[in-house]
Design a protein around this ligand. Structure first.
Ligand code: VGL
Ligand code: ZN
Length: 230
């Protein structure tokens, strides 16, 4: 059976990591040794993603008026800029991953020499974009990255996802990978969540969609022989 796995390392950036990140995810840095180990395996494609916002991005609490502009708490309704009838509720955050700043850089411990592609997302100030594939609007979609064409052109069958944050960008990237028809695997040990108490809900969505959460040993076992099974 054809098996061409890709590894997607989601948003392993300074602003999502302690100690200085604007939107630091607890334990965010701790996953790097495991991610670097996964990067040594023979994936057919290795992709890093970067949250990469303009300073006036819609998801920044600082770009909204009080009282509904409390980072981590406030939720706003945004309209599809191309279709006012399509709306979406989205959470506000501290300013983070502003393009060109230190906070937007991949963390230096990560072995970036292994990546074939680096995808920047969230660049359209009008829409939130947790998924590395596209924003959440459907009729029509406003902003798409190169990720789907890259994976399809490489003949990828299976997508393995790690990184930050388990309950936002990892989740929505996994859901979109599945919707694009890839067998989708999240390496749970190599993710961390903004709100760990939300993970049972995230895993329920995965189960409903046929996205599988696996441990690192299972991931290593599946990928290390990839050249033999391909
Ligand atoms: C993310 C919140 C805001 C993420 C990105 O990478 O999970 N979370 N922007
Ligand atoms: Zn963001």
């Amino acid at each position: 059976m054809l098996f061409k796995p890709a590894l997607i390392v989601v948003d392993l950036q300074e602003d999502f990591c302690p100690p200085d990140g604007a939107l630091a995810v607890q334990g965010g840095r701790d996953i790097v040794p495991l991610v670097n180990d996964l990067l040594t395996l023979p994936f057919h494609a290795k992709v890093a993603t970067k949250d990469y916002h303009p300073p006036d991005h819609i998801s920044f609490a600082s770009n909204h008026e009080p009282p509904n502009n409390v980072p981590f708490i406030s939720v706003i309704t945004i309209k599809n800029p191309l279709n006012a009838e399509e709306v979406e509720e989205t959470r506000l955050w501290p300013d983070h991953c502003v393009r060109g700043t230190k906070g937007a850089e991949l963390i230096p411990e990560l072995d970036t020499s292994k990546f074939d592609h680096i995808i920047e997302k969230g660049q359209d100030k009008r829409v939130e974009m947790y998924s590395a594939f596209a924003d959440p609007f459907l009729s029509p979609t406003v902003s798409r990255s190169e990720l789907a064409p890259i994976l399809h052109d490489a003949g990828v069958t299976d997508v393995y996802i790690v990184g930050l944050a388990a309950d936002y960008c990892v989740k929505y990237t996994a859901v979109d990978a599945r919707k694009h028809g890839f067998n989708t695997w999240v390496v749970g040990d190599a993710t961390r969540a903004v709100d760990p108490s939300s993970l049972p809900e995230v895993y329920k969505v995965y189960e409903e969609m046929g996205i599988r959460v696996i441990g690192k040993d299972d991931a290593f076992q599946r990928i290390k022989d990839v050249d033999r099974v391909a």
